[in-house]
Ligand binder design. Structure first.
Ligand code: NAI
Length: 315
């Protein structure tokens, strides 16, 4: 199989001064892309800044014969990162929203600062950068965008109410951008990675971390960002050399004429039964029409409704 090339594509990778982001930057550059290496260079809790992290990766890329430019702005100033891409390389093709921080604390002890900082980096940052790149992608009729979520968002995790909220918000952003971008060949997908980095080194034992090399995240992202790839609006879990697609599943549900709390109680086993005819809505319209169809057919055919499963996967 021929190598997936990114020759002359312009890629922005946020948080590319270390961890998984650095691996993306090196890999895209190795495959011919011109890379904007963005990194604020602060601590893993979002304090301080330094140009060193981004500079080091740019030097590495250049030493290997690649093309890269550094940007030291916080992702919340995404327009400045896009400016770096345009000033250096004249266009923007691919955006990897990867920068991240943690402010883990139980919800009982969470402060506004813990919430706001995590919001600013993950949620606002991905919004600002993607928004600044979006119309250039529309004009070029080409764009590939990656959002970085987390198992803490998809499934929840103790001590990560702030982080989990923002990571799930990115799934919602990605789902909508996938729909709005479709007509202009702009694809947006979300990954939920697991990798050894400064964010995970204190929470996992070394023998597990050894299996979670950050470079194992890169191949999926390269594939998703390639011009030949049509995948969009999807969520993937990735780590340790394993890749899996995730989607929402809806039970067939129950229609209850003159619905009451008691009828909900009575029908609970049916409402939460995923075994019989589950559905996989792929858009809000799909979801709503499924509900209306289910209610209408329930009115004519009895209390328990089944909807034909959709074959397309959804986030
Ligand atoms: P990391 O801490 O090694 O890398 C994150 C990079 O983002 C750092 O170099 C940091 O300086 C940069 N950064 C932080 N705030 C920034 C800002 N405001 N503007 C620009 N750059 C900023 O962490 P890692 O593990 O490589 O994480 C990458 C992404 O993957 C993050 O979004 C993280 O939440 C996500 N993630 C990582 C997991 C893991 O297992 N490592 C698990 C789930 C999600």
């Amino acid at each position: 199989m021929s190598e997936l090339s990114f020759k002359d594509k312009v890629v922005i990778v946020t948080g590319a001064g270390g961890g998984i982001g650095r691996e993306y930057a090196l890999a895209f550059a190795k495959r011919g892309a011109k890379v904007v290496v963005n990194d604020l260079g602060g601590s893993h809790t979002g304090e301080g800044k330094s140009s060193k992290a981004a500079d080091k990766v740019v030097d590495e890329i250049k030493a290997a014969g690649g093309i890269a430019a550094a940007n030291y702005d916080s992702v919340e100033f995404g327009d400045k990162i896009v400016e770096t891409a345009l000033n250096n390389f004249g266009r923007i093709d691919i955006v990897i929203n990867n920068a991240g921080i943690l402010r883990d604390v139980s919800f009982a002890k969470m402060t506004d600062k813990d919430w706001d900082l995590v919001y600013t980096v993950h949620c606002k940052g991905a919004y600002k950068l993607t928004r600044a790149a979006w119309n250039h992608m529309r004009d070029n009729k080409f764009g590939r965008i990656i959002m970085t979520s987390s198992a803490a968002g998809l499934y929840g995790n103790f001590g990560q109410a702030n982080y989990g909220s923002m990571k799930m918000a990115l799934v919602g952003l990605s789902n909508t951008l996938a729909q709005e971008g479709k007509g202009r060949n702009i694809h947006c997908n979300t990954i939920s990675p697991i990798a050894a980095s400064r964010l995970t080194e204190s929470v996992m034992p070394p023998e597990i971390l050894d299996q979670l090399k950050p470079e194992y995240i890169v191949p999926l992202v390269l594939y998703l960002c390639h011009e030949d790839t049509t995948e969009t609006g999807s969520v993937f879990e990735v780590g340790a050399g394993w890749v899996s697609k995730v989607r929402l599943q809806r039970s067939a549900g129950a229609y209850m004429k003159d619905i009451t709390a008691e009828k909900v109680k009575e029908n609970w086993p049916t409402i939460e039964n995923f075994e019989v005819n589950p559905a996989y809505p792929t858009s809000a319209a799909d979801s709503v029409s499924g509900i209306i169809n289910a209610a209408n057919s329930g009115k004519s055919s009895g209390p328990v409704l089944h909807r034909k499963p959709s074959t397309t996967a959804a986030a």
